[in-house]
Design a binder for this molecule. Sequence first.
Ligand code: GDP
Length: 527
Amino acid sequence: MSSIATEVSRRRTFAIISHPDAGKTTLTEKLLLYAGAIQIAGSVKARKASRHATSDWMEIEKQRGISVASSVMQMEYRDCVVNLLDTPGHADFSEDTYRVLTAVDAALMVIDAAKGVEAQTLRLLEVCRARNTPIITFMNKMDREVRPPLELMDEIESILKLTATPFTWPIGMGKLFGGVADLRSNQMRVFKAGEDRRQDDVEIIEGLDNPLLKERFEDSYDQARSEMDLIRDASPEYDAPEFLSGRQTPVFFGSAVNNFGVREVLDALIDLAPPPGPKPAIQRVVEPTEPKFTGVVFKIQANMDPAHRDRIAFVRVASGRFEREMKLVVTRTGKAVRASSAVSFLSQRRDLLDEAFAGDILGIPNRGLLQLGDTITEGEDLQFTGLPFFAPELFHEVEVKDPLRFKQLRTGLQQLGEEGAIQVFRMALGGPLLLGAAGALQFEVVAHRLAHEYKAEARMQPSKYRMARWITSDLPGEVDRFIDANGHRVAYDVVEAPAVLLERPYDLKVLGDLWPNIKLHTLREHA
Ligand code: GDP
């Protein structure tokens, strides 16, 4: 049995962040090719497709052509175990994405080189920045007519506020895309339109000053040559501490669909990205190499397998060695968790899992036992921090169409709330339940799921509220006094945390002046 420290050091856990259509699915497929997790590329898409076919509420995803659900893939590459966490791309599902990003140690940012930095890339990057997550950049679609590479580098610096340091540089683009110059090994890798296979037979030309390059790539080479000279003077050397603190990003150029430049980013993930690090809890900081198991629920997904009504809690292991025979507890409730039922995510199959270490993701099927943000331990009383809930910006009142289905509606909303699909608020003084979302599409998904999974048709209508702030105070009794005085606009969320609802931004200021000892939070960090 290898030591925990060895196992931790060979883990790499990351997510791909990108604007929809930049090429995340395609890149994922190609990454899996190298890891030997699957034989034929295309199966990531196939998996997407079969999910569509089997899961009712995914109809919405199909209709809109967006990726709502996330999943986890585990693969082995070189000597490492790589965990790739998929994130939904659509802006309305960003809350889910944010939470997935709390479970990774690095991110791979995919940019469509024809478009440059797009809105969703920026939003996701800001989440990564808040946690100092190291970012590796892949400039995709170089086989198309794209923006000048220098301009793309500029955008990373001016819009994303990251220092960009190129590891490769493209020679030509579109029809004239010749390949990439590897600035560190001083070689050129020649582009070949690719297929669904590993490209181990890439043509290499030694020396970036090799006259062969000029002969073959003519003007494209001259252009690239002068750009590389510019870049060498203008951009900083790779600096590991700067990268690891999320301030500098290594940049690679390539074409995912042609499987070109993909291996280099995977190698960079292994060589540059960090293994799992310490994780803060309220009580103390937990080291990944500690002998005892700890983990945190960062995502809950319903009905992944339509044959079961179970929900899967995704747990990121924070420390120790997970074993099947273990006795584990949810620290919030003290209830036991059946470790024997945990599954891993090796490629697309949900294999049963025997061992897991920090950085790995477990799937634990359960029926409401686990909530977002829950900490699981061998018994130690511990609560990890940092799983964000964002104050919603859109509110709908919800009522059941058929009063006889009221119970089903309540159950459905409680479960969807715990899952993080939507935020559910119960007004302190009663009345219809209030749903809070970050994007309007969330309401549609919830209405659809209520109807299909809980057989409760919901009637929703926009509420007068525009903002919510969770309330806390350091002053004993102050929260209760506040609630007594503001009962008409106080509500409780699924974990009974009180929040105040506001109609106008101005009300926030008034409230702040009236109640100086009440803290108003846009973020609730743990259950
Ligand atoms: P996602 O929405 O980020 O997952 O993007 P997809 O992987 O589904 O890709 C979006 C579209 O871009 C698809 O039609 C892909 O075939 C295409 N695409 C992805 N990578 C490349 C590339 O390197 N070159 C070209 N020309 N098209 C690409």
